[in-house]
Design a protein around this ligand. Structure first.
Ligand code: FE
Ligand code: FE
Ligand code: FE
Length: 164
């Protein structure tokens, strides 16, 4: 699709994050299964449910804008998920593996934060108030997830990984 306006770009970016979130609903259960720490596993499971809610928010926005959610596959998320699956397969000490899973997961959250941040800015300028509110809720969830991963890494997992 040719992009002739910020509104076109808004829809294009919405479809990109929709593709990314859809990919994550398949990747997060695998990350959860690979986690050794119960806290980390529960964190991935909680974020899987949040991801499903984020997909619903995006579907509400597509429906309100009367456009299809179909678009190109998000290549960045495909790459991040591929790195995540390499991490899952990696032969490693359990605590080191958990630290690596957090490192992979935080790459994903940062990508999502970047896209939702852009989308919130676009929604504001375009006067898309309802979409902007929904996108901001997802942005907050992604930021909170990133912060929870940092806290878990710093308080427990990296510390355990650093014990020989
Ligand atoms: Fe998400
Ligand atoms: Fe993308
Ligand atoms: Fe996320």
């Amino acid at each position: 699709m040719r992009l002739d306006s910020l509104h076109d770009l808004f829809i294009h970016e919405l479809r990109d994050i929709y593709s990314a979130e859809k990919q994550l609903t398949k990747a997060l259960p695998k990350m959860a299964k690979a986690a050794h720490s119960a806290k980390l596993r529960k964190g991935f499971e909680t974020h899987l449910r949040e991801t499903e809610g984020q997909i619903e928010r995006l579907e509400t926005i597509f429906s309100d804008l009367d456009v299809s959610s179909r678009g190109p596959k998000c290549a960045a998320m495909a790459g991040l998920v591929e790195e995540g699956s390499e991490t899952i397969k990696q032969d490693a000490d359990p605590d080191v593996k958990d630290a690596a899973l957090i490192a992979a997961a935080q790459r994903v959250e940062h990508y999502e934060i970047a896209v939702y941040g852009t989308l919130c800015t676009f929604a504001k300028l375009l006067g898309e108030t309802k979409a902007g509110k929904l996108l901001y809720e997802s942005l907050q969830e992604e930021s909170a997830t990133d912060e929870k991963l940092t806290a878990l890494a710093e308080s427990e997992i990296n510390v355990a990984a650093n014990v020989e």
